[in-house]
Design a protein around this ligand. Structure first.
Ligand SMILES: [Zn+2]
Ligand SMILES: [Zn+2]
Length: 153
C-alpha cells in the first residue's frame, strides 16, 4: 500500500540539523531526509512507506530502517503501535521557535483513526480525549479509533 502522503511544508535542513544536534546525533543525510519527510507528512508512515519515499533520493531500505530506529530511540520520532504488526513513525514536534511542522502535529499526543478496510491511519491532531480520574486508567499510551474511512464507505 502506497502512502497517501499530502505535501505539507517540511522543516528546513537547518531545523533538522538543530534537532539532531540537540539529540546528540550526527547529521547524516538519511536522518535529515527522514526528519524532513515525516515533518511534511500528515499521517504516520511505516518503514516500507519511508523506504519507498526515500528510494528516489538514493537511500536503501536498510539505511532508512536504521535511521528510523535511531531517530525514534533518540526521541525525535514517535513510534506508533496500532496492533497490526506494522510499526509506524511520526514526527515529534519539539518546541523550536521556527517550527514549520507545528501546523501538522500541534500536539505531541493525539488520537489516531485506522480504517479497517484499507488500513489507512489518520492523525486526529485537533481531537483530545479526557479520561475522568474515577477510571482506574494508569497511563494511556495510544488512543485508537477504528472504522471505515471516507474513501472506503
Ligand atoms: Zn479506508
Ligand atoms: Zn499522529
Amino acid at each position: 500500500m502506497a502512502a497517501r502522503t499530502k505535501i505539507r511544508e517540511s522543516i528546513s535542513v537547518e531545523a533538522a540539523r538543530e534537532r539532531l544536534k540537540a539529540a546528540s546525533l550526527r547529521c547524516t543525510s538519511s536522518r535529515i531526509a527522514i526528519l524532513q519527510l515525516l515533518s511534511r507528512s500528515d499521517q504516520p508512515l511505516s518503514h516500507s512507506d519511508v523506504a519507498e519515499l526515500l528510494r528516489d533520493s538514493g537511500f536503501d531500505p536498510s539505511t532508512a530502517y536504521r535511521a528510523l530506529v535511531e531517530l525514534a530511540d533518540a526521541g525525535l520520532l514517535i513510534r506508533l503501535d496500532i496492533g497490526d504488526q506494522i510499526r509506524r513513525y511520526e514526527f515529534k514536534p519539539v518546541p523550536l521557535k521556527s517550527s514549520a511542522a507545528k501546523q501538522v502535529h500541534d500536539d505531541q499526543e493525539h488520537p489516531h483513526f485506522v480504517c479497517l478496510d484499507c488500513g489507512h491511519v489518520t492523525c486526529l491532531s485537533d481531537v483530545s480525549i479526557q479520561i475522568p480520574k474515577s477510571h482506574s486508567v494508569g497511563q494511556v499510551t495510544e488512543i485508537l479509533l477504528r472504522g471505515h474511512c471516507a474513501n472506503c464507505l
